[in-house]
Design a protein around this ligand. Structure first.
Ligand code: PLP
Length: 390
């Protein structure tokens, strides 16, 4: 059976060049970068190179890059670290209703510790209005955190405008750019970003490693304690194979970015148009144009997303409903609800996220299989049949 992987927003395959380089840093170059001997020095050199590769991808200075165990930890260090360090200036944080749980739950934890958090709403396309961010600013606001691109519906946020507002008010601006880094061009200076989260496994690097960009001069405190690694902000022996893998993935992503985006956009638009032509009452979720090149997200009326996923899986197609982090729970997606969808429609959503190795044949296969499955599921749905009789 044909196998089609359409779940690149959940994770991507590690590039073979990345994987083989990582093996070298497990078996041959295994020194601890804090050691003074040649084994340690060799690894230290590779660590410095990886920092430069990552910095290069987002237009940063290598000294502004902090390696972490992934996107989740980077979000936590950014939000909790800035909150703790700037408590004297204020205790108010602004974020949005559609953030990843790594941001939302970190903010909720801070609320329990006495911080105030404003969760700004979004429009029907999951886009934040910069004016709503500005209106939420108080005298005691210390941090604004708005994601670069949403992981479920792919909507790109007005980051430049928000960066400008943050700067005008002297407030730090963090963005969870996990979906965008390596898949969309980002320059931290152009966008006015003070802190930025990235994760290697969303752009063909390994799982369990990421980075936080922290602009020089930002006041931040450690949230965990140990050795002096990563300027004490992320203590513990560095995940050298992971970090080397992240560096290599960043280098490859930079070189491939333009071609990859064009390829993904073309496949994405074929898939969207094809679905709209073949399936009625299919609603495209997210912004029609301001969306990630590889993101397709639809709601099919009268159908449960879970049923759709299982049936697609039986035909070899891997997609997702909601996001990977919430699948398994039957709660409708907080993102779709924030976009104003009813629970019924929110339950029927399907995300197909494309990657660099997907082909036109993958799209053709999906366009052949998906309409059949939707038609069959609808024929069994009392809601659909009731509607047709009425
Ligand atoms: C995947 C993802 C994360 C979590 O990153 P991990 O490296 O898996 O911890 C955070 N934010 C967004 C937007 C994501 O898509």
């Amino acid at each position: 059976m044909r196998k089609v992987y359409f779940d690149h927003s959940a994770t991507t395959p590690t590039a073979p060049e990345v994987a083989s380089l990582m093996v070298e840093y497990m078996t041959t170059h295994y020194g601890n970068p804090s050691s003074v001997h040649s084994f340690g020095r060799e690894t230290k050199k590779a660590l410095i190179k990886a920092r430069a590769q990552v910095a290069e991808l987002i237009g940063a200075n290598p000294l502004e890059i902090l390696f972490t165990s992934g996107g989740t930890e980077a979000d936590n260090i950014a939000i909790r670290g800035v909150a703790k360090a700037n408590k004297k200036r204020g205790n108010h944080i602004i974020t949005t209703q559609i953030e990843h749980h790594a941001v939302l739950h970190a903010c909720e934890a801070l609320e329990k510790e006495g911080f105030r958090v404003t969760y700004v709403p979004v429009d029907e396309y999951a886009r934040v209005n910069p004016k709503d961010i500005e209106d939420a600013i108080c005298d005691d606001t210390i941090l604004i955190s708005v994601m670069f691109a949403n992981n479920e519906v792919g909507t790109l946020q007005p980051i430049k405008e928000i960066g400008k507002i943050a700067k005008e008010h002297g407030i730090y601006f963090h963005t969870d750019a996990v979906q965008a880094v390596g898949n969309y061009p980002i320059d931290v200076n152009e966008y006015g970003i003070d802190l930025l989260t990235m994760s290697a496994h969303k752009f063909h690097g390994p799982k369990g490693v990421g980075a936080l960009y922290i602009r020089k001069g930002v006041k931040i405190r450690p949230i965990s304690f140990g050795g002096a690694q990563e300027r004490t902000l992320r203590p513990g022996t560095e995940n050298i194979p992971g970090i080397i893998g992240l560096g290599k993935a960043a280098e490859i992503a930079k070189a491939e970015l333009e071609g990859k985006m064009a390829h993904l956009q073309r496949l994405r638009d074929r898939l969207i148009t094809g679905i709209q032509e073949r399936i009625d009452e299919a609603k495209l979720n997210g912004h029609p144009t301001e969306r990630m090149p590889g993101n397709v997200n639809f709601s099919f009326r009268y159908i449960e997303g879970e049923a759709l996923l299982l049936n697609l899986d039986l035909r070899g197609i891997a997609g997702s409903s909601g996001s990977a982090c919430t699948s398994g729970s039957l709660d409708p997606s907080h993102v779709l609800l924030a976009m104003g969808m009813t629970h019924e429609i929110a339950h029927g959503s399907l995300r197909l996220s494309l990657g660099r190795d997907n082909t036109d044949e993958d799209v053709d296969y999906c366009l052949e299989v998906l309409p059949e499955i939707v038609a069959r599921l609808r024929s069994m749905s009392p809601l659909y049949n009731g509607n047709k009789e009425a």
